[in-house]
Design a protein around this ligand. Structure first.
Ligand code: NAD
Length: 465
């Protein structure tokens, strides 16, 4: 028997929803159906599959109000919920436009004129996706889109913390006949996630490092490849050539998007000592202008802590930093409003790498600032982390690129924050260190994850004289 899972509303703290996951047998039966549908789906060709995906975008538009309402309750925030729906459509359109090019089979000749080859791409029958709660819709679909276009069937298991969007999204899928038997979203928690690893051929996991390790181990025991998209503690280096207010604008945007509940949020700030007072002052002013959305969900930039257990982690990190000598310039508290918990926009100075806030992932609207004297010191501090998701460098462009080249991270934002969306149709990046494993989620690599390569090597008949 699977247990019903209670779901908390992040704005009220009340349990007002629940999901009952399928049993293992029922899940196995549904994934078998998906495998059965895959051959027909692959047979549609790229054009046919792209047409179905664009039809899904239109169906999502028809169900937009219900999906948006569910996402708003799941996450307690409005603008970013709208952005998730628009982002789903934008990524789908972009992937549909590039799929034919990305999946084109190569042919080639060898130095032996009688030998030639065709590079065939063979999609996995069934791809699994396990996703987290911070962007429930976009992270459930971001890898499913290229997997479907590649010709695989897809089984998705979003986070049990934010499952309300699943039912209305499922209703949109049901309107696209070609997708009905190749795309399914399953409710459930860790147990269902584990079964999905067993029942699929390859899997993309987006979530925390500890769970990623468990997923990797379970898949490895079955000789399956998994792609891991994990956590981060992204640094920013502010060069002495940076304009302090421009730097502050980028940092505050990077630290507070989705209220800091973002894998690539800016979580560590290293500023050249000559401009630190000015940069810190501009950051404080900008942070103090941010408001909670605790009254009207549409008013205020900062939403509640989506997953209630995260609030205790934020508090523990702040307490640890202060106990070890950090000074709070603004914020510093977790505030309860109507049963939900909001984290004050917080700026800290006098931080060190002995503090959990500089070592661990934070996931809150918190900016810890540290001074550096020499460029090499800034690079060493940025690299002093178990993570390597992404990083930013702000200042003179040539110098910023030179510094960025030395930082161990897969995404490097020069004079901006998280600009991958603008170039992700072609640009690729890996997650370095503990931030992930496997080929690029972006660019053509994002399709290739779901393909096995077959070399068809042809020997032409030898001429006899
Ligand atoms: P989590 O690891 O707790 O859970 C992620 C998913 O794994 C959930 O769907 C959960 O049900 C499932 N799960 C839990 N235990 C499992 C198991 N043993 N086997 C299979 N599945 C299991 O992560 P979270 O708290 O939901 O998400 C926050 C984390 O996700 C943060 O670390 C964040 O940085 C990371 N994240 C990474 C990216 C990225 O693209 N790199 C994006 C967003 C979030």
């Amino acid at each position: 028997m699977t247990q019903t899972i209670d779901v908390r509303n992040p704005r009220t703290g009340k349990v007002d929803y629940s999901v009952t996951p399928l049993s293992r047998d029922a899940l196995a039966s549904r994934t078998k159906d998906l495998r059965a549908g895959q051959r027909r789906w692959e047979g549609l060709g790229i054009e046919g599959r792209a047409a179905a995906m664009l039809a899904l975008c239109a169906a999502v538009d028809r169900h937009r109000e219900a999906i948006l309402e569910a996402l708003c309750i799941d996450t307690g925030r409005y603008e970013m919920s709208v952005a998730e729906i628009e982002g789903f459509k934008g990524i789908t359109q972009m992937r549909c436009a590039t799929a034919a090019d990305a999946l084109a089979e190569a042919t080639g000749q060898s130095s032996d004129p009688s030998l030639r080859f065709v590079q065939q791409y063979v999609p996995y029958e069934l791809v699994g996706i396990i996703s987290p709660w911070n962007y429930p819709l976009i992270l459930a679909l971001i890898d499913a889109i290229p997997a479907l276009l590649a010709g695989s069937a897809v089984a998705i298991k979003p986070s049990e913390v934010t499952p309300r969007f699943i039912a209305p999204f499922r209703a949109a899928i049901a309107e696209v006949e070609a997708l009905r038997d190749v795309l399914e979203i399953f409710e459930g928690g860790a147990e269902t996630g584990g079964w999905l690893i067993d029942l699929t051929d390859t899997l993309v996991f987006t979530g925390s490092v500890p769970t990623g390790r468990l997923v990797q181990q379970r898949a490895a025991a079955q000789f399956k490849t998994v792609f891991l998209e994990l956590g981060g503690s992204d640094p920013v280096v502010v060069l002495d050539s940076a304009d302090p207010d421009t730097a502050a604008e980028i940092i505050v945007r990077g630290a507070t998007e989705n209220s800091g509940q973002l894998c690539c949020a800016i979580e560590r700030v290293y500023v050249h000592q000559s401009i630190l007072p000015s940069v810190a002052e501009h950051i404080v002013q900008r942070m103090q202008a941010l408001k909670f959305n605790d009254g009207d969900i549409k008013v205020g930039e900062l939403g509640p802590v989506i997953f209630h257990k995260q609030a205790a982690i934020l508090k523990a990190q702040l307490d640890d930093a202060v106990a070890k000598g950090a000074r709070i310039l603004t914020g510093g508290a977790l505030v309860e409003r109507n049963g939900g918990v909001w984290c004050e926009p917080t700026v800290l100075v006098d931080v060190t790498h002995d503090m959990a806030i500089m070592r661990d992932e934070t996931f809150g609207p918190i900016v810890p600032i540290m001074a550096y004297k020499e460029r090499d010191e800034a690079v060493a501090l940025a690299n002093d982390s178990e993570f390597g998701l992404s990083a930013a460098v702000i200042g003179d462009e040539d110098e910023a690129i030179a510094v960025g080249r030395q930082i161990h991270a897969g995404g490097m934002w020069i004079n901006d924050f998280d600009t991958m969306g603008g170039v992700g149709a072609r640009a690729e990046k890996n997650a370095f260190r503990s931030s992930g494993l496997g080929g690029s989620r972006y660019g053509y690599g994002g399709f290739m994850r779901f393909m096995r390569k077959k070399a068809i090597v042809v020997r032409a008949p030898q001429k006899t004289t």
